[in-house]
Design a binder for this molecule. Structure first.
Ligand SMILES: Cc1ncc(COP(=O)(O)O)c(C=O)c1O
Length: 359
């Protein structure tokens, strides 16, 4: 830290992203990306003539991409705003709808960026423990009178709430914003997007990073009523009006329009998830009920850290959280069937090695 860094960041603990080795030597199951390439239509859209246009600024209103997303979800363009990844949307939300009079409430086990943004913007956080079974107790959020942020399905647990539960939280907090972070919703949970027509306090946040193969392009969005979108645009235009670059705008539009590719790839991920969950259970893992593109699994004898390290030594990267209640678990991104089989083979080797040593 330099001597010039503002004192207000003295205790800020920045977000630590998952490992991103650039050499491609690992089977990468650690940051919930898609194992599939972007849609061929995306690759076609990113042509030389668009590259030549990089000398010009991108459309600050992101018109065509916003319209494509709005059409897809049956809302209007005025109900959609784009971010440089959903992380940026979340950052805009924390700035727009939280302050010293309006603290923020979120689960103790959830996406790590929520607490980072709360610290960054000097907000008071109400951190609510998950239940013993790692699920969210909806009653904890009813009538809470704070800005609520819930990932649905939650990460890293993978567990989803029903829309009825989300609605309960919305109805009981009419004067507060409720944010539903649906980064993983396409893999089996119900989206609350349609509820944005009914509730003016709901913001649904989604990303192109997981189910649309564009993590590296950085594209996320929020759907909400027009006034909330106007507020988010006020923050966006006060931060970076050209937050989405030309190539990403085109890639996003092509990706959302290629429904077949989306359906096809997500069906494969869901099938591979169910297969892997079953195989892990056969090997002595407790696997939480996932509606995402990852599994959160703990072995009944082998520790999480040991497994993480041994898998890494074997060329397979998964995510390990050295934190209370999480340290027995591995978070395993769902890849191709071949990648999942490689994981299972490696686990068999590690677990039998462990048994040998123990004997
Ligand atoms: C729950 C959740 N929300 C948001 C994000 C951010 O995704 P992105 O900024 O790539 O859109 C992630 C990324 O892993 C996540 O797990």
């Amino acid at each position: 830290m330099s001597r010039f860094f503002s004192r207000r960041f003295d205790s800020l603990a920045a977000y630590t992203p998952g490992e991103q080795p650039q050499d491609q030597n690992y089977i990468k199951l650690n940051t919930n990306e898609s194992p599939f390439e972007p849609s061929p239509k995306v690759i076609e859209a990113l042509n030389n003539s668009e590259v030549a246009k990089l000398r010009l600024y991108s459309d600050p209103e992101c018109k065509l991409t916003v319209k494509a997303i709005a059409d897809y979800y049956g809302v209007e363009s005025k109900n959609v705003v784009l971010g440089n990844g959903s992380d940026e949307i979340l950052s805009f939300i924390f700035q727009a709808f939280c302050d010293k009079d309006t603290p923020v409430a979120y689960p103790d086990i959830s996406y790590g960026f929520y607490s980072v943004f709360a610290q960054l913007y000097g907000l008071e956080s109400h951190v609510i423990p998950l239940k013993e079974d790692y699920s969210i107790d909806v009653d904890d959020y009813c009538g809470i009178g704070k800005t609520v942020i819930i990932a649905n399905p939650n990460a890293p647990t993978g567990i989803a709430l029903s829309l009825a539960d989300i609605e309960k939280i919305l109805v009981s907090n009419p004067d507060n914003v409720v944010v539903v972070d649906e980064a993983y919703v396409d893999f089996g949970a119900d989206s609350a997007v349609n509820l944005t027509r009914k509730y003016d306090n709901l913001i649904v946040v989604q990303t192109f990073s997981k189910s649309r193969q564009l993590a590296g392009a950085r594209l996320g969005f929020a759907v909400a009523n027009e006034d909330i979108i106007t507020d988010l645009n006020t923050i966006r235009f006060s931060t970076n009006p050209y937050n989405i670059n030309r190539l990403t705008l085109l890639a996003g539009e092509a990706a959302i329009n290629d429904k077949d590719y989306f359906e096809n790839t997500r069906a494969k991920i869901i099938a591979n998830r169910e297969y892997t969950a079953l195989e892990l259970k056969k090997r002595g893992f407790r696997v939480l009920d996932s509606k995402t593109n990852f599994l959160f699994a703990a072995h009944n004898t082998a520790g999480g850290e040991m497994l993480y390290k041994a898998l890494k030594a074997d060329g397979i990267l998964v995510r390990y959280f050295n934190k209370p209640r999480l340290s027995d678990f591995l978070r395993i991104t769902i890849g191709t069937r071949e990648q999942m089989d490689a994981l299972l083979t490696s686990l068999d080797k590690i677990l039998s090695g462990k048994d040998d040593n123990d004997a």
